[in-house]
Design a protein around this ligand. Structure first.
Ligand code: ZN
Length: 487
C-alpha cells in the first residue's frame, strides 16, 4: 500500500536521449568514449547491458515508458488514449511535483504526453502558461515577419560561419531557443534543456519527478566543431556536412554508400552525444549541490539508430537491434554506491514500475513492466520470458494507427529473435548468440522455434485487435450519444 513517508524528500530525474543507440557508449563496448561524464556517473550505479525498447520510434517508445503497457495495446499510443494511465498522473495523485522539458513534436500536448505534469515545456508548442508573455509575442511577431524554415534553408544555413555562430549562440545564450522554439520544428539544444532542468531543481519542492529529453543526437546531425575534433583531427566543412546529412543519410539517388561515408556519419553522431555529455556534467554538478542524496537518476534512450547495417539509416520502419538496443543506466544517489553491470534483458516498460517502486507507490495490476530497483541493489527478479517491440509502419515510415499502417513487431526470447513484417508478409528468425548482426534468417532451419514464436505473435495480435475493437465500440457509442442528442 501507499507509504507517504517513503516519498518524503525524494527526487527522480529521468534523462532520455533521442536516438541514442546503446553500443555508442563506452560502457556498452564502444571504442570511443563519447560520453565521459555519463560514464563517470555510471560508476556509481547500474548499467543494464541488455535494455530493449518496446517501440522503435519516439511515440511508441514513450508510450511504453510512461504507461508500462505495450504501445499497440489498449487503444494505441498516439495520441495517448485516456484509458492508459501515465506515470506522471500516478505521481500527481500521490502529491509528487512533476516537471518536463523536451522538444520532440511527437511528444507534445497535442498527443497527450503532458498528462499529469505540473510544468510541461514541450518545444514546438512552448507557451509557458500565458500566450501574452513578452517572449511569446516576440516569437509570434518574428514568425509573421519571416517564414523561418524557408528562409533558414535558403539563406542562413548557406552563410559561411553560420554553424560557428549557431554553436556560440546556443552555448552563450540558451534563452534564444525559447524565442526560436515556436517556429523551429525541433530544437537541438542541450544547453537550453539543462538550464531549464537546473531551474526546476533550484525552485521546486520535493518529492519531485523531472523528465528531460534531449534531441541533439537525433538527425540531422550538426554538432559543434569542438566535439567533432574530439574524434577527428579536422572538422568537416559545411559542404561535407551537408553531403553526409542530406545526401548520404537520406540515400539520395546516385549515391553509392561507402564504409568511409558511414564512418564519417558516425563521427557526427558521436560528436552530438559528446555535446550532450558536456552539459550533463553541468547538470550532475547541480544535482550534487542541490539534491545530494535521496535521488534516483535514470538515463535512457527511446530507441537507437541504424547506420546502414540493414540497408538504411535512421530509425523509422526498422526493428533490428541497432534500433531496439538502448542504454539504461540507473544511479541511486546514496552513501553506498557500487558499479554493477546487469546482463538480464529488461525493457522500457520497466521504467515506470521502477519509479513508482522508488516512491513507494503501488504499481497498478495491469502494468506489464516490472520494477528494476531490486536489480540495482544486487538482487535478481523473476520476469516474463519474452520481450515485444512493435509499431505501425508503411513503406519504411512510422504510422500512428491501424488505419494508416501495418504491424511490424519483434519478439525476443532466450537468445532468439523473431520479426513479423505485416506489410511485406515476411518473417525472420535469428539466433542472436551466434548471429548478433541479424543476417541469417533461420525460418526454414528451425521450424520448432518459428512455430513457438508464431503462437506468441498470434496471441498478441489477437489482443491488439480485441483492444482495438473495444476502442471502436466506445467511439461508436459516443457517436450514437451525439446523434441521439441531435434528434
Ligand atoms: Zn525518438
Amino acid at each position: 500500500m501507499l507509504m507517504k513517508k517513503d516519498q518524503q524528500g525524494k527526487a527522480v530525474i529521468l534523462l532520455t536521449i533521442d536516438a541514442l543507440r546503446a553500443d555508442h557508449l563506452k560502457s556498452y563496448g564502444y571504442h570511443r568514449n563519447t560520453a565521459p561524464n555519463i560514464e563517470k556517473l555510471a560508476e556509481k550505479g547500474t548499467i543494464f547491458i541488455n535494455a530493449i525498447t518496446n517501440g522503435p520510434e519516439s511515440p511508441t517508445a514513450f508510450s511504453s515508458l510512461f504507461t508500462s503497457i505495450l504501445p499497440l495495446l489498449d487503444g494505441g499510443f498516439s495520441p495517448l488514449p485516456p484509458q492508459k494511465i501515465t506515470l506522471p498522473q500516478l505521481l500527481k495523485e500521490n502529491d509528487i511535483n512533476t516537471y518536463a522539458i523536451h522538444s520532440n513534436p511527437n511528444l507534445g500536448k497535442f498527443f497527450n504526453f503532458n498528462r499529469g505534469f505540473d510544468v510541461f515545456l514541450d518545444g514546438e508548442r512552448y507557451k509557458k502558461d500565458s500566450t501574452n508573455s513578452l517572449k511569446h509575442q516576440l516569437s509570434a511577431y518574428i514568425k509573421k515577419l519571416l517564414d523561418y524554415n524557408n528562409l533558414s534553408n535558403k539563406l542562413i544555413y548557406r552563410l559561411k560561419g553560420f554553424n560557428t555562430l549557431k554553436t556560440w549562440l546556443r552555448k552563450k545564450m540558451p534563452f534564444l531557443t525559447e524565442i526560436l522554439l515556436p517556429f523551429t520544428p525541433i530544437a537541438y539544444n542541450a544547453p537550453y534543456v539543462v538550464s531549464k532542468l537546473i531551474s526546476f531543481i533550484e525552485t521546486s519542492q520535493k518529492p519531485l519527478f523531472i523528465w528531460a529529453h534531449f534531441m541533439d543526437v537525433h538527425s540531422p546531425y550538426n554538432p559543434p566543431r569542438r566535439n567533432v575534433l574530439n574524434f577527428r583531427n579536422k572538422d568537416f566543412n559545411i559542404t561535407e556536412r551537408k553531403f553526409l546529412v542530406e545526401k548520404v543519410y537520406l540515400r539520395a539517388k546516385g549515391i553509392e554508400i561507402t564504409p568511409k561515408m558511414i564512418d564519417d556519419l558516425k563521427i557526427l553522431y558521436d560528436a552530438e552525444i559528446n555535446f550532450i555529455d558536456e552539459y550533463c556534467a553541468i547538470l550532475f554538478e547541480a544535482i550534487k549541490k542541490k539534491i545530494q542524496s535521496n535521488c534516483l537518476i535514470i538515463i535512457a534512450a527511446d530507441h537507437g539508430e541504424s547506420f546502414y547495417e540493414h540497408g538504411f539509416f535512421g530509425h523509422q520502419g526498422s526493428i533490428y537491434d541497432e534500433v531496439l538496443k538502448i542504454p539504461l543506466i540507473i544511479v541511486e544517489l546514496s552513501k553506498k554506491s557500487i558499479k554493477k553491470k546487469v546482463k538480464e534483458t529488461i525493457q522500457l516498460i520497466d521504467i515506470t514500475p521502477t519509479i513508482l517502486d522508488y516512491f513507494g507507490i503501488e504499481v497498478p495490476e495491469n502494468f506489464q513492466g516490472l520494477s528494476l530497483l531490486s536489480m540495482t541493489r544486487g538482487e535478481s527478479i523473476k520476469r516474463k520470458d519474452f520481450v515485444i517491440s512493435e509499431c505501425y509502419q508503411k513503406s519504411g515510415y512510422m504510422k500512428r494507427n491501424q488505419e494508416e499502417g501495418l504491424i511490424l513487431l519483434a519478439i525476443r526470447n532466450q537468445g532468439w529473435k523473431y520479426i513479423f513484417d505485416e506489410e511485406n508478409d515476411k518473417e525472420f528468425l535469428f539466433n542472436l548468440n551466434l548471429d548478433p548482426q541479424e543476417e541469417n534468417n533461420l525460418i526454414h532451419e528451425n521450424t520448432k522455434k518459428l512455430l513457438e514464436f508464431r503462437a506468441i505473435k498470434q496471441h498478441h495480435i489477437k489482443k491488439i485487435t480485441e483492444s482495438y475493437e473495444e476502442k471502436l465500440k466506445i467511439i461508436k457509442s459516443i457517436d450514437k450519444l451525439k446523434l441521439d442528442g441531435l434528434k
